[in-house]
Each structure stands twice: as C-alpha cells, then as structure tokens.
Design a protein around this ligand. Sequence first.
Ligand SMILES: Nc1nc2c(ncn2[C@@H]2O[C@H](COP(=O)(O)OP(=O)(O)OP(=O)(O)O)[C@@H](O)[C@H]2O)c(=O)[nH]1
Ligand SMILES: [Mg+2]
Length: 454
Amino acid sequence: MGCGISTMAPEEEKDLFLQNKRANEAVERSLQMQKHKENKEIKLLLLGAGESGKSTVLKQLKLLHQGGFSNQERLQYTQVIWADAIQSMKILIIQARKLGIPLDCDNPQTNRHLFEQKRLLLRAKPLELIDASLAGGSGFLNDYVLKYSETSENKRRTQSTGQAQAFRSSVLMDQILDTGGAYKDSGDAVNYQELSEGLNENGTNPALVRQQSNSRPVSSQQIAVAIQKLWEQDRGIRQCFARSNEFQLESSAKYYFENIHKFATPGYVCSDEDILKGRIKTTGITETSFNIGSSNFKVLDAGGQRSERRKWIHCFQGITAVLFVLAVSEYDQMLFEDERVNRMHESIMLFDTLLNSRWFANTPFILFLNKTDIFKEKLTRSPIRQHFPHYQGRVNDAEAGLKHFENIFLGLNKSQRPIYVHRTCATDPQSMRFVLTAVADLIIQQNLKKSGIL
Ligand SMILES: Nc1nc2c(ncn2[C@@H]2O[C@H](COP(=O)(O)OP(=O)(O)OP(=O)(O)O)[C@@H](O)[C@H]2O)c(=O)[nH]1
Ligand SMILES: [Mg+2]
C-alpha cells in the first residue's frame, strides 16, 4: 500500500471486484466532469465575406462582456482612421474624374478656395502623418499598400481576371496616393491628365520630383480643414460619394469626414464609437474568450477576404454554432478582391457552401443581415431591381428588400435545421446588446439540448 492511507476495510482491500468498481466510478466521475466542462465551453465561429462586419460583432461582444477596448487598441485605431480618412477623400477626387463628375475644386476660376484645399490635400502623405508602428507595424503597412496602391490593385485584378491594366495609369495612381510610386505628385489634380503626358520611359517625371522636394510640409490641422471643406462644399464630391458602390471606399468614410477634426488632433484617443466604425482587416483567425452566464464562450473571428478563406478549415472542428454575417447593403457593390463579382452573389455562394458542408451538418447557423442602416439609406438611389431583377417589392420598401434577401439565404438550406435570422446594425451598441444577448441564450440552450442536459 506504500505510505498512502487506505480508507478501505482490510477485507475490502482483498476484494478485487470492489477495487475495480471504485476505479471505474472514479474514471466515470472524471469523464462526467470533463463533459460538464465541455458543455459549458461554447465555440462560436464568425464567418462571412470581407467587410461584412464580423469583427464589429466581436467588438460589441468585447464591449458587453470584456469591459471594452485597451488603450493600445484605441491608439491603433486613431492612426488607422486618420490615414484612411485622408485616402478616402483622395479616392473621391480621383474617382470623380474617372466617372466624369465635375468637381468644384477643379475649377480655380470659380472656386479658388476649394481648388487650394484640394491641392493641399493631395500633397498630404498619410504614412508621414501617422505612427505606423502604433497602427500595426508591417501588418498595417502591407494592408495599406494593398488597399491604396493601384499597382497592387492591378496585380490583384490581373491575378483574378487575367487582364493587365495600363502601367502608366497605375504609376499615376501610386503617385497620387503616395504608396511607394516612383515619383511624386505636384499636389494639383487638375494636372492629372497632363501628368501622364510628361512621363519618361520609367514612368517618372523629373519635373514633378523637383516640385515635390520644394513643397512645404502640410500640417494635420490644414488637412482636416481641407477634408471638411471638400466634404461640405464640393457638390461633385457628394455626387461621387453617392456613387461609391461603383468603386472601393471605406464603409465609414462619411463618419471619418464628419469627425475629421478630432482625428487630426494630436494625441487623440479613439472612443468606443470610433473603434466600432473603424476598420482593420482581419488576417488569419483570432480567438477571444468571454464568460457569459456560467458558460465560457470562445469566439473565433476569421478574415473574410478570399485570400483568407483557405485558413478557415483549420477551425471547423468542435464548433457549437456558426454566426454568418452578411452585409445586406452590399447588393450593389463589387468585391474588393475581384471587381467583376457582386458582393451579394459572393455571400450567397459562401453561405451555400458552408451551410451544406459535411463539417456543419449538425451545427446551428445564425444569420445576421447586417448593415441594415446603410441598406435603408441607399434603397432609393440604388434600386435593388437594377442588381437583382427578380425582386418584386417597391423601390423604397426596406422590409420587402430585407425579406427578399432573407428568403434567398433561407432557400439554400438543404437540411431540416432551422436558421436563426437577425437584422443588425453592428455599429449600434443599443440594438446589438439585445441581439447578442438573445444569440448567447439561444446557443447555450442549443448546447444543453445537444449534450442531453435539457
Ligand atoms: N454603417 C455600418 N457600418 C458597419 C456595420 N457593420 C460593420 N460596419 C463597418 O464596416 C467595416 C467593416 O467591418 P469589419 O467588422 O471590419 O468587417 P469584417 O467582416 O471583419 O471584415 P474582414 O476582417 O475583412 O473579414 C467597418 O468600418 C465597420 O465599422 C453596420 O451595421 N453599419
Ligand atoms: Mg474582420
């Protein structure tokens, strides 16, 4: 018996049968405890296409169950939003030209003031105005270049469509967006067409490089004023913004412009609302744990862009529920990764594949029809029927529109499983509090049922 103290009577010690029985009981108890622990641990997987709002849902969970955001996160978003705000306004100027929308700021005769503001904005170089290491270091820089360099955009397009774009125009865009292009902008977008005339064989224009080196640095406050004036006073910028479904623009660009002065203030630390509106693309899969009631939730947030999806399969095992996030407002937008593909079509394909895959044959699905605020706001200027000809509802009937897309998604279900649908605005803390509480309750109930406790 060694030095352990036996609690058995001597005659029991000799009874092998009793000893085995007790050992089995101990193993059984330990298995039960393990099962009980597993029942309490819930794995929720957030899936959906890029920019649909998955990380925003996770942010709301952090606000509800983890006490909010760290100071580091707040500082990170300050940098990222400031850079995105500047680039977003530059994109509107460039896209207005591409779409043939006349800009007030392009006419120095009638609008000298706006003309000067535009020149100043185009001279601004976000990477020199922010702390890139605070913004996320090389991860941020890679993302930034991918998002804003037309050279990368062309590479992306060439890879997915096999069509190369003209080198000249891509160099020009790099130059204007300051993402590592071979030469620099004079700050005068009126010369945009003329610039291409002056390129040498390397795509560089020595005159422009000279001009740039002589130009005065631009302060954050000056840039903020330029963005505010262009946003508030240039009719062409507003028209271009109304057509932003035809190109790639940050979902929260309007919020950035309307709050531009606070983002330009040195030392500004982002509020909860800023963080909910800000965007940092997810790469890979993040795992965050929350205690909700007596359950431990592990929430897995996966990057949704095409290049990210090959990583998804690594976390498909042991999932309690899938929360699929659809940006229902994106029925008239094309993918960032491939501008020939409609975002809604991509989400339909994705949902179909996941819902009917063997991995999730017995896994409950929750569907968020997200970005309902943007959906309602854009219905009249971008009728659903123009993009989905089978839609029969009235143009400005948001309910009919939402039902239409909901039915398309529910119609993909080849099993008897129910799909739990919520209409959401993931950036709105009040409404999300209700939705996420209901979802957590549902998952806990489902988990208890599955484990035979209910
Ligand atoms: N107006 C509005 N904006 C939203 C809503 N949901 C998300 N957004 C914004 O949409 C942008 C993208 O949201 P994310 O949560 O980063 O999207 P994601 O699905 O995680 O994207 P990936 O990480 O690339 O897969 C952010 O700027 C959010 O603030 C919404 O319901 N309404
Ligand atoms: Mg994300």
